[in-house]
Write a protein that binds this ligand. Sequence first.
Ligand code: CAO
Length: 475
Amino acid sequence: MAKKKLKKAAVKAKAKPAAKKPAAKKAAPKAAAKNGNGAARVSKKAFGMDGKALDGVKILDFTHVQSGPTCTQLLAWFGADVIKVERPGVGDITRGQLVDVKGADSLYFTMLNHNKRSITIDSKHPQGMRVLNELIKTCDVLVENFAPGALDRMGLTWEYIHKLNPRMIVASVKGFGPGPYEDCKVYENVAQCAGGSASTTGFRDGPPLVTGAQIGDSGTGLHLALGIVSALYQRIRTGRGQKVLCAMQDGVLNLSRVKLRDQQRLAHGPLTEYSQYGEGIPFGDATPRAGNDSGGGQPGRILKCKGAPEDPNAYIYFITQAPVWGPICDLIGEPGWKTDPEFATPRARLPKLNQIFGRIEDWTMTKTKFEVMNLCNEVDIPVGPILSMKEIADEQSLRDTGTVVEVDHPVRGKYLSVGNPIKMSDSITEVERSPLLGEHTDEILTKVLGFKAYEVAEIKNSGALSAPEKKEKAA
Ligand code: CAO
């Protein structure tokens, strides 16, 4: 698509000058400048051969755990130079969490910190602050997800940073936005609950449920990445940085948008596409848990396939979408339901969804989930086989697209990771292993910040870059 657009722009640029020759030289840059950030030329290099989207952008990455690292990993995949600042000796706490290979960084850490460089700095040490000051002057974006107030307590207030580098964008993940809970620390499931997701997930007669997808952490990291690139874009025009804040509660609510839609619909009557409507169960005053009902207004359920329930993933998501009702009836052997007034219309079907899905399940249970998928897709019925993580890990097509990648690590060896899910035709992602703790400290001090050898020695000898235990031993 991007290729098409660029081609169009090039045609436009050529078309104008054809009328009047002397105007030809001016017209091309003008036309190109119109469509965005002022690039005055159209690259002649092949797609994927002209660098990456965020080449030249330097990120001071003060993130830890999951939400912030997800964001900076994406920026790194788009070409930004991400310099991860970690506490000496310990580093990002996830390096040592859920360890599976003794002595190696955990998968929790390695899978969230690809393509970054690591420097260890004690931000509370005067010499550490000296290095941080240089990083602030050099970088374009500071990303952090400390507990509320922690950055200020380090002395890195917005005013301080903005004075040192007016172009710097300061991007933060917090649990809550301004308000009664702004000082609270927040983890994934806290956000899922506070953002409205848990109250609407699960079955009506069971407790609220959190989801396996990390919508609070990774979801908010994604939101923050979009905020950062937008701020970078605005900076081209304004020349100045700005604060970008993503609260995890807000991020989860944004992803639960359709449930706030349903909350408002309740004022105008029952939610007819929810199974409980057909079952005659009254609605309360808040959006209920909908089990596996589809959120888009079309009845849907998860049904057993051949092998269930012994195989916990031998299931398929089946939607009785109105436009494909005919093919569904033919497939399951109920052609009469196409014209029977008791079944022929979506409205007539609503009170009978249990009966209908029961009949469809009788059919799906005679086939594997992949057989059901093939048969349904032949007649354009969308269905979703429940794929286990094992099946996903083995799926060749995901390897082919780089969505699942095998990465080599010097300590743990080969492991699987999720690559960049965003594919761009002119900014190709190469997934590189996560850094060891402090692996790039010297390189960053000298090559990025330009400290002289004697300055590096001074900073190092001060203990600002090493673990306190080591300092004590040396003394
Ligand atoms: N040098 C010196 N000190 C450092 C440092 C460094 N390089 N890096 C961090 N620290 C210090 C901080 O300054 C802070 O010290 P003070 O409390 O004395 O100011 C301390 O380490 C702890 O930081 P923290 O409060 O952010 O970490 P925590 O483990 O107590 O809390 C978390 C973790 C995630 C709950 C909290 O950071 C938070 O709420 N973050 C915002 C929301 C978020 O991103 N949550 C998602 C996490 S993933 O589920």
